[in-house]
Design a protein around this ligand. Sequence first.
Ligand SMILES: [Zn+2]
Length: 95
Amino acid sequence: MRSKGHHIRVVETLRTADRQKWLYGIGRTHRLKDKPVTWTLNSIHLTGNAADVCCERTGYNAGDKFWDDLKTCATLYGCEIGPPPWDRGHVQLLY
Ligand SMILES: [Zn+2]
């Protein structure tokens, strides 16, 4: 990503089951936000094989070029974006 002019901020990697359960509750059982922020209790984050990243400068408001380049780089290194596909900052190892 640096060779493409981007600087990445790693937001989160390994999660505990308790944290995943709390995140899963957002938008469902508690209202930190109105909409859910994760779709599963069985996240790849629990094994440490996923990372949530964003642009160091603009966060999750990065432009399409940042997200397109992230997807290209992730694929190059044996990773994928998402699932779900709309979660463009979630990078996980392919098995
Ligand atoms: Zn994630």
